[in-house]
Design a protein around this ligand. Structure first.
Ligand SMILES: Cc1cc2nc3c(=O)[nH]c(=O)nc-3n(C[C@H](O)[C@H](O)[C@H](O)COP(=O)(O)O)c2cc1C
Length: 382
């Protein structure tokens, strides 16, 4: 049997502080520290505690070249090698090793930058809810706990030498810019007219033209910028109350400007999924249309292979799309929202996505406002 190490691995000396009862009763310091090696391997996604012998083996086995298991065992011991193979930190060419080896091969095939892969895979939430630790502290609570925040602006010159700029003229874009706000009081009974939903999807996420940059290498023109012109962000729609569209999950196809049905749902099911997606933020749940932004990493990493900036570019791409979505909703007389506090793992399950290939980044939504002010909103006041 041949073995090699998984492609990407970081090992953290994790410190846990605890009450040291023995020391406390002996009249010494009450806090004890335990340090353990925690292996972070993005193809697995779970944190794994390893011991010093296993750490030594991981540090000595090639991630590229396959070697005989027996040789590896004679160097690092039978027990560490067996456990690492079982965990998937070492991989084998044996048939029983196929499931873990295939996860490693998916990671290799996507051209992730190792640090980006670890950051992505270990910052996802599953089933995060208010009663499980998701917190929404008010500004008052934050100030009580942390003191006042750093000032909203800084000055870089203290000698008064700054150049006063003329006030901008009003323009027609101003009407939309000044009306935009994050809605947190959506009308739970209002439906989104199909024409409004269709315009939002087409202008925010649809293709406005296609160009062949080299043989069989196509890019889309969209109304937001995108790193390398690649537009790797896929858009999924959770329709709760969109006129003429059955409640459920859809993929938005940007060149055909069409919704591809993925799962039809009862209204109670869309409500449950919407709430789950946004980690219990019940002020977003009633929006009639929610939009999930998912980066198809191989499209961006095709050009930006193992690239230090690629992950950042994916997040920026999604941010641009969400602002365009906000402005289109505002133009249509509706508030919108975006949130990164999302249960990525639950969304991946609902959409059938592999997180090594498809990166859930954010959830947006929009719909008519109820007129109530049950949850805080920040509106521009002239
Ligand atoms: C990346 C990002 C993440 C956000 N996440 C949340 C969120 O989890 N919950 C929420 O209520 N608002 C969220 N917001 C909305 C901000 O709170 C809001 O933009 C900010 O308070 C300013 O208000 P405005 O958008 O009305 O101008 C998010 C905004 C951005 C850009």
């Amino acid at each position: 049997m041949l073995v090699r190490r998984c492609a990407v691995l970081f090992v953290e000396p994790r410190e846990d502080l605890d009450v040291d009862w023995a020391a406390l009763f002996a009249g010494q310091g009450a806090i004890g520290a335990t340090i353990q090696w925690v292996a972070l391997a993005p193809h697995l996604g779970d944190e794994i505690i390893i011991d010093a012998a296993e750490l030594a083996a991981l540090g000595g086995v090639s991630l590229t070249l396959w070697q005989e298991r027996a040789a590896c065992e004679s160097q690092f011991g039978t027990k560490p090698v067996a456990r690492l193979l079982e965990l998937g930190l070492l991989l084998s060419d044996a048939p029983e090793g196929a499931p873990l080896r295939e996860r490693d091969e998916v990671l290799r095939s996507q051209h992730w930058r190792p640090l980006s892969a670890a950051l992505h895979m270990y910052s996802r939430w599953s089933d995060m809810r208010v009663d499980k630790g998701m917190q929404f502290p008010s500004f008052e609570e934050l100030v009580d706990n942390y003191g006042t925040p750093p000032a909203p602006t800084i000055d870089r010159r203290d000698d008064g030498r700054s150049i006063a700029l003329p006030q901008p003229e009003r323009s027609c874009l101003d009407d939309t810019l000044f009306q935009r706000y994050t809605g947190r009081n959506f009308d739970p009974s209002a439906a989104l007219p199909l024409a409004a939903a269709s315009r939002l999807l087409q202008r925010a996420f649809g293709s406005q033209g296609e160009k062949e940059m080299a043989p069989d290498a196509f890019v889309l023109k969209k109304l937001s910028p995108s790193a390398g012109g690649l537009h790797p962000t896929e858009v999924y729609v959770l329709a709760q109350r969109v006129e003429g569209i059955a409640p459920g999950l859809y993929h938005y196809q940007p060149t055909r400007h069409a919704l591809e049905p993925l799962a039809e749902m009862a209204p109670a099911e869309t409500e449950e999924l919407a709430l789950r997606m946004v980690a219990d933020q019940d002020w977003f749940q009633p929006a009639p249309m929610l939009v999930i932004l998912v980066s198809r990493v191989e499209r961006n990493f095709w050009k930006y292979r193992n690239h230090a900036k690629a992950y950042r570019a994916l997040l920026l791409d999604a941010g641009h799309l969400s602002q365009t979505f906000y402005l289109l909703a505002t133009e249509a007389g509706m508030p919108a929202f975006v949130t990164a506090a999302v249960n990525e793992i639950d969304i991946e399950r609902a959409l059938g996505l592999d997180p090594l290939k498809d990166m859930v980044v954010a959830v947006c939504g929009c719909g008519p406002a109820s007129g109530a002010q049950n949850t805080i909103e920040l509106r521009y006041e002239p």
